[in-house]
Design a protein around this ligand. Structure first.
Ligand SMILES: [Zn+2]
Length: 413
């Protein structure tokens, strides 16, 4: 490690982030750059022009993932990779995803500027559709790249207007020729905002996640009996919304009941027919359970499902449960996690070991090769909103840690 060595150009990094933030800028200070939208296309165009200016070999695969490769002394060695995503949530923030892409570009620009030739090649990556808000699921193209999702199935995903992913990809000109399939890599680093409040609360600069929490998604359907609210006595009602309300409170109480090391959330609900003078006869809601401990998450689900059944019986409201998605907790490569920690400290930044509660493309990368992430503070812990913010100093700090980690890994034979 050489903490006395190269540093990124914080001004240039900021300038690039500000230019990117103009693409899809929203009145509230955020960005809306939905996957394969005109704004996504524009951001890709700008990124590709920068990659070419920097002298990288640019390739686009058949899922639209963009790679910028810089030669090493030995191009036969598996490369070091760094990147993230350029798409955003609707009315999302200016840092989520794009910081990791621009951080990797800043690393490349710094290497070029200082005529550094690394032993291994270094590859920047911009993954398509990390957010999954226009086309579900999230992390779709890194999932295909890692061989965990089917390419043809991904191409057929549709948005809310019935537009097809594969056709939209072609329409914006980013359905590349390169097969979307992983190759061996020596290390993958993803710089990202924390999207939570811990770093700020602890007054630390660099978050060092040991991995990503497991993620269990369920869809719950509660059936009631519709009737006119006036003439129908309270006695004997089968009110699906009241039953669902009790169930939702059980979800809220679950982490405390099960012993803490998890979060449980109901984020989405639909009530039918959703009329003020009809007793609701159908409610759909979602349950999201996350923990480092997969077994705890499963036990918690069993526990809350038993509560759901009892509530459903008491209200005379039959229950239907669908398990939607289940991803195990994902541990990053301990040697790279340790390297991120040691590097940040050697550069003089305070650090905080943590876990990531949010999913990232790094989840799929970690299934292919050694992976680690570098987190920087989110002001007030806010993200996926227009006010999402991170200080320029922290962006620069994160990029410096990324640079130093890339240099170390790319020097290893
Ligand atoms: Zn992200």
């Amino acid at each position: 490690m050489d903490p006395g060595g190269l540093r990124v150009n914080g001004k240039r990094l900021r300038n690039g982030l500000e230019l990117m933030a103009e693409i899809g800028a929203t009145p509230g200070g955020g960005v809306q750059r939905l996957t394969l939208s005109p704004e996504d296309k524009q951001a890709r165009g700008l990124l590709v022009s920068w990659l070419e200016e920097t002298g990288l070999d640019v390739t686009v695969d058949e899922m639209g993932n963009i790679f910028g490769r810089r030669h090493g002394k030995d191009d036969n060695l598996p490369p070091v990779m760094a990147g993230s995503h350029a798409d955003s949530q609707p009315k999302g923030g200016r840092f989520d995803g794009i910081l990791g892409v621009m951080g990797a570009l800043e690393v490349m620009r710094t290497l070029v500027e200082h005529h550094v030739t690394t032993e291994r090649p270094v590859v920047l990556v911009d993954w398509t559709n990390e957010e999954g808000s226009r086309f579900a699921p999230a992390m779709m193209a890194s999932g295909v790249w890692a061989g965990k999702l089917e390419r043809d199935w991904a191409w057929q995903r549709t948005d809310a207007n019935g537009l097809v992913f594969g056709e939209e990809l072609e329409r914006i000109g980013y359905k590349g020729a390169l097969p979307c399939a992983s190759w061996p890599f020596h290390a993958y680093y993803e710089l990202h905002i924390e999207q939570g409040p811990l770093l700020e609360a602890e007054g630390k600069t660099i978050g060092v996640p040991k991995g990503i929490l497991c993620l269990h998604w369920y869809d719950i359907y509660v059936d009631g009996e519709a009737n006119q609210v006036g003439p129908t006595p309270m006695e004997g009602r089968s009110d699906a919304l009241v039953a669902a309300a009790e169930m939702i409170l059980k979800v809220r109480e679950l982490p405390a009941k099960m012993g803490g090391n998890m979060v449980a959330t109901v984020g989405e609900i639909q009530n039918y027919p959703n009329s003020r003078n009809i007793i609701p006869d159908l409610v759909h809601f979602t349950v999201d359970i996350r923990s480092w401990d997969d077994e705890l998450a499963l036990r918690s689900w069993d526990d809350v499902e038993a509560d759901f059944e009892a509530i459903a019986t008491r209200h005379g409201c039959p229950l239907r449960v669908e398990e939607r998605w289940r991803v195990q907790h994902n541990e990053f490569a301990p040697h790279l996690v340790g390297q991120v920690q040691a590097t940040a400290e050697a550069l003089g930044y305070s650090t905080l070991p943590m876990v990531s509660g949010a999913g990232h493309d790094a989840s799929y990368a970690a299934m292919v090769g050694p992976t680690a992430m570098i987190f920087v503070p989110s002001i007030e812990g806010r993200s996926h909103v227009e006010v999402e913010d991170t200080t320029w100093e922290d962006c620069e700090a994160g990029a410096n840690v990324l640079l130093s980690c890339v240099l170390q890994s790319a020097a290893e034979r």
